[in-house]
Design a binder for this molecule. Structure first.
Ligand code: ZN
Length: 792
C-alpha cells in the first residue's frame, strides 16, 4: 500500500485503486473512493491480451459498491469491458459518457464482439495458446445482446454540464484526443478530482484541444503515455509523412497505415485529402479507407461537427462543401476485396495494433517487397505486432500459420500522430491546473517513472511548503491512500445569508485586496440536526458562489450561528426559519413544565431569583399573574390568585439544549427552597437589624456586614440548604442523610457526599457532576450573607 504521509484518519482518506491501466497502457479502469462514495473511471480491455486476461482485475474489487462509472472516450482500452461490467458482474451503478462517445461506442463494440468471436480471443492469439482455458468459452466476453442491453442503460453528459448523483458532482470538459473524449472534473464531499482520460493539447484538423477546467482540483489523475518524450512539431511530421508517402508511390510502392478505426484515422484522412487536393500527380492514385466500422461511424462524425473545432465548424456551415468528412479522394471500402491491388496505393486500415484483420493481412502480403512502406502513426501497445514491427524484424509470423515466417523487407516508419500529450504539454497543463497531488496512469512503467521524476524535480522548490506537489505512480491493485485535510465548507443560505453575509461583506470590502472568503466558526449552532461535522471550521461563502481563492481566507472574527444541514456532503448553514424551504426537514419543539406550590410572596421569589441570576426580566405583573423570563429560556409564571393557600407556580421551557434543562433544574430547586430559606425568614420577618450589600427595593438598606458573627450559622445553614436541594433533586434516591453527609443512589451509581469538605465520591461522571452542581448551588444560595463570595 502506498500512503501519502499526510494520510489522516480513515474516513478522511481518499483512496485510489487501479484495476487496470496502472504502469501499463491498456484496460484502463480506476476506482476512486471518498467518504463511502465510489466512482469507477473507464472500463477498458488490454489490446495486447486476449479473452478474460484482457479484462481489468475486476475480481479484486466488489463492483456492487460502485456508485457511478464515467467513461472518458470510446477507445477499446477505455470502454470495451463496459458491457461485461454492466451485464456479467454485480455492478449496479449508473454509467455516463458523452453523446458522441455513446454513438460511436455502439458500432465500435458490435465490431469488437464480431472480431473477438471470429478470432477467438480478441487480438491475443498468443495468450490463447499459452493458456488453453482462455479459449473459446471465455473468448467472448459478452454477446451482442449484452451490448445492446447495456447500451440502453448508458446515460449521456454534455460538455460543460454538471450532473449530480448521490452528492457526487461531475462535469465534462473537452479532452481533444478523439471525437467525444472528455475529462471529468469530479467533486466528492469537498474533494475535487480531475481525471484527464487520454488527452491532447495540440490543435489538429478537427478537434478542440483539452481545456483547463476553471476550478483547481486537489487531485489530478493524468495519463503519462509519452512520459518525458517530446513530440515532433506538427508541421514537420506532416511534411515527413507526406514526403514518405509521395516517394513510395513514385517508386511504385504501396503504403499501409494501420490505424485504430476511429479517432486518429479521421485526422489522417483529413491530412491525406488535403495533400491529394494540392498534388494533381497523385490524384489517380487510390486512397482506401478499409473499415466497415468507420464507414458506419462516418455518419456520427458528420453529425457531430458542432463539437469539433472552428475549422471544421466553419467549413461545415460555409456551404462550399457539404461536409468535411465527405471525401473526394478517399474511398471507404467494406472489405479487402475492394482494393485493386495492382499498383501504388495508400491503404488506411484497422486494427492499429496489426493483430488481425485487414491491416495484418495487407502487412503480410506487402512485407516482402522493399518498395512498400508501413507507417505507424499510433501508440504501439506492448505485446502487439505494432510494437514488434517497429523493431524492424527480418521476418514476421503468418497469422494463419504461425510456423511460417514471412520475410520483412518493406520500410517501417514511425510518425506518431497519437493524440496524447508529450512532456511539454503535460507539464504545461499540470502547471495550469495546479494540483497538489498527481496520480499517474496510462503509461508503461519506464516513461511513467521518468515523468514522475521530472515532475518532482520541477516542483522541488516547493518541498516542505504548503504547496508541495506529490506524484504517485501506483501499480494495478495497489492501494493508494491520500489524506485529506479536514477543511469543511458550508454555504450560508436564506435569511442568514441575507442578514449576516452583509456584515462579512462589509468587513471584506474594507480589506480590498485580500481574499473574498471569510472564515467563520460555527459554534453551538448545530443542535437540531446532524452534528458530526460540528467541530470543523467552516468557510462561509456567498449563496451559490464558487470558492475562488484556494485555501486562502482571512479571519474576520465574525461569528455566524445557524442550523448546519448536511446532505450528501453539502453543508448549508441557515436559520431555523428557513429549514422547510431549503430541506425536507421539519422542526418540532419539546416543551417541559413543572408546577409547584409555594408559601411565599412574589417579591420574595423575585429576590431569590435575583440572588442567583442577577437582573430578572419581569414580563408580566398583573393582579393575578406575574411572569418572568430567565436568561431568555425559562418562563416562570406565578398565579397570585390564592395567596392564602400558597402560590401556584409554573416553570416552563423548551428542551432544545442541555443548558435549558439544567437551568430549569436549578430554578425549581431555588423555588422549592424559598419558603424555608433563612434569608427568607429574615426578609419576611424584617427582624434583622443589619443589612447586606444586597440591593433590595423593599428595604433600601445598604450596609457593611459583620462577617464573624455569621460564620457558624453559615455552615449549618449551608448544610441545611444542601440537604434541602438534595431532597428536592433526588427524593427517594437519597439512601442516607445526616449532618456530616449524604449518599445518593441512582441505578448502580452511588455518590457519597461529605458536607464538611464538600467532596463527592462517585464513579459515575454524570451523577458526580450533577451532585457537585447542587453543592455549588447550595453554597451560592447562602452567599448573600457574605460579601466575600470567594469563600465558597
Ligand atoms: Zn485513447
Amino acid at each position: 500500500m502506498t500512503t501519502d504521509n499526510a494520510a489522516a484518519e480513515d474516513s478522511d482518506n481518499f483512496r485510489f485503486f487501479g484495476l487496470g491501466g496502472c504502469n501499463e497502457v491498456g484496460r484502463s479502469c480506476h476506482i476512486i473512493e471518498y467518504k463511502n462514495k465510489v466512482i469507477m473511471l473507464d472500463s477498458g480491455v488490454h489490446p495486447g491480451l486476449g479473452g478474460m486476461n484482457s479484462l481489468p482485475f475486476f475480481d479484486e474489487y466488489d463492483l456492487s459498491k460502485v456508485d457511478i462509472l464515467l467513461i472518458s472516450h470510446f477507445h477499446l482500452d477505455h470502454a470495451a469491458s463496459l458491457p461485461y461490467v454492466m451485464q456479467q458482474t454485480n455492478f449496479k451503478g449508473r454509467v455516463f459518457m458523452t453523446h458522441a462517445t455513446k454513438a460511436i461506442y455502439r458500432w465500435l463494440l458490435s465490431d469488437f464482439v464480431r472480431v473477438t468471436t471470429l478470432f477467438g480471443g480478441g487480438d491475443g492469439d498468443k495468450q490463447a495458446d499459452e493458456s488453453p482455458n482462455n479459449n473459446a468459452a471465455s473468448a467472448n466476453l459478452y454477446t451482442d445482446e449484452d451490448l445492446m442491453m447495456s447500451f440502453e442503460k448508458i446515460e449521456t453528459i454534455d460538455y460543460h454540464s454538471t450532473i449530480e448523483v448521490e452528492g457526487i458532482r461531475f462535469t465534462a470538459y473537452h479532452a481533444g484526443h478523439v471525437l467525444g473524449a472528455c475529462m471529468y472534473f469530479i467533486e466528492i464531499g469537498g474533494v475535487k478530482v480531475l481525471f484527464t482520460g487520454d488527452y491532447s493539447r495540440e490543435e489538429d484538423r478537427h478537434l478542440k484541444v483539452a481545456e483547463v477546467p476553471p476550478t483547481r482540483p486537489d487531485i489530478l489523475i493524468t495519463e503519462s503515455t509519452f512520459g518525458t518524450a517530446t513530440h515532433e512539431p506538427r508541421l514537420e511530421k506532416e511534411t515527413r509523412m507526406m514526403k514518405n508517402i509521395h516517394s513510395t508511390i513514385l517508386k511504385g510502392g504501396r503504403v499501409l497505415m494501420p490505424v485504430f478505426a476511429l479517432g486518429r484515422a479521421q485526422e489522417l484522412l483529413l491530412i491525406l485529402e488535403e495533400y491529394w487536393s494540392l498534388n494533381e500527380d497523385l490524384q489517380n492514385v487510390s486512397i482506401y479507407y478499409a473499415s466497415d466500422l468507420a464507414r458506419k461511424c462516418m455518419a456520427v462524425y458528420q453529425t457531430y461537427t458542432s463539437i469539433m473545432n472552428e475549422k471544421i465548424r466553419l467549413s461545415a456551415t460555409s456551404g462550399e462543401k457539404t461536409n468535411p468528412f465527405q471525401f473526394k479522394f478517399i474511398k471507404s471500402i467494406r472489405s479487402i476485396d475492394k482494393i485493386q491491388d495492382i499498383g501504388p496505393c495508400v491503404v488506411v486500415a484497422s486494427p492499429g495494433m496489426l493483430q488481425s484483420g485487414v491491416s495484418r493481412t495487407l502487412l503480410e502480403r506487402w512485407a516482402p517487397d522493399p518498395k512498400n512502406a508501413v507507417i505507424m502513426t499510433g501508440y504501439a501497445v506492448e505485446g502487439t505486432m505494432a510494437k514488434e514491427i517497429l523493431a524492424e524484424p527480418h521476418t514476421i509470423p503468418s497469422i494463419v500459420n504461425p510456423e511460417v515466417a514471412i520475410p520483412r523487407r518493406l520500410s517501417v516508419d514511425e510518425i506518431s500522430f497519437a493524440a496524447h500529450v508529450d512532456f511539454q504539454q503535460n507539464a504545461g497543463f499540470i502547471e495550469e491546473v495546479s494540483p497538489k497531488k498527481i496520480i499517474l496512469v496510462h503509461g508503461d512503467s519506464n516513461p511513467m517513472g521518468r515523468l514522475k521524476s521530472a515532475l518532482l524535480s520541477r516542483y522541488s522548490s516547493r518541498k516542505g511548503t504548503e504547496e508541495e506537489v506529490k506524484v504517485f505512480n501506483p501499480r494495478n491493485c495497489e492501494d493508494l491512500l491520500i489524506g485529506i485535510k479536514g477543511a469543511k465548507f458550508a454555504k450560508v443560505v436564506g435569511l442568514l445569508a441575507e442578514s449576516e453575509i452583509g456584515l462579512v461583506r462589509e468587513f471584506l470590502e474594507k480589506k480590498e485586496n485580500e481574499s473574498k472568503i471569510t472564515e467563520v466558526k460555527d459554534e453551538d449552532a448545530m443542535e437540531e440536526v446532524k452534528t458530526e461535522e460540528a467541530e470543523n471550521e467552516l468557510q462561509a461563502k456567498d449563496n451559490g458562489a464558487q470558492v475562488t481563492q484556494d485555501d486562502k481566507f482571512i479571519s474576520s472574527g465574525i461569528v455566524l450561528s445557524g442550523v448546519l444541514i448536511s446532505k450528501d456532503f453539502d453543508m448549508n448553514l441557515l436559520q431555523l426559519e428557513d429549514l422547510q424551504e431549503y430541506t425536507q426537514l421539519t422542526t418540532s419543539f419539546v416543551k417541559s413544565n413543572i408546577r409547584l406550590k409555594i408559601q411565599a410572596s412574589v417579591s420574595l421569589i423575585l429576590w431569590h431569583l435575583e440572588q442567583m441570576f442577577g437582573h430578572i426580566n419581569v414580563v408580566m405583573d398583573e393582579e393575578e399573574l406575574w411572569e418572568c423570563l430567565i436568561m431568555d429560556m425559562i418562563l416562570v409564571s406565578v398565579d397570585k390568585s390564592t395567596p392564602a393557600t400558597g402560590l401556584n407556580i409554573n416553570v416552563e421551557w423548551i428542551n432544545n439544549n442541555a443548558m435549558a434543562d439544567s437551568l430549569a433544574d436549578s430554578i425549581v430547586a431555588i423555588l422549592y427552597s424559598v419558603d424555608s430559606s433563612p434569608a427568607s425568614v429574615k426578609l419576611t420577618s424584617k427582624t434583622h437589624t443589619h443589612s447586606h450589600i444586597v440591593k433590595k427595593e423593599d428595604s433600601g438598606e445598604v450596609a457593611t456586614e459583620d462577617k464573624k458573627g455569621h460564620q457558624l450559622s453559615d455552615i449549618s445553614s449551608r448544610i441545611h440548604r444542601i440537604s434541602t436541594l438534595l431532597k428536592a433533586q433526588f427524593g427517594d434516591a437519597i439512601t442516607q442523610l445526616d449532618k456530616k453527609g449524604a449518599v445518593v443512589k441512582i441505578g448502580k451509581a452511588e455518590a457519597e457526599i461529605d458536607f464538611t469538605s464538600l467532596q463527592v465520591k462517585c464513579p459515575s461522571r454524570v451523577l458526580k457532576d450533577r451532585v457537585e452542581n447542587i453543592l455549588k448551588r447550595g453554597c451560592k444560595l447562602s452567599a448573600p450573607f457574605s460579601t466575600n463570595q470567594k469563600e465558597i
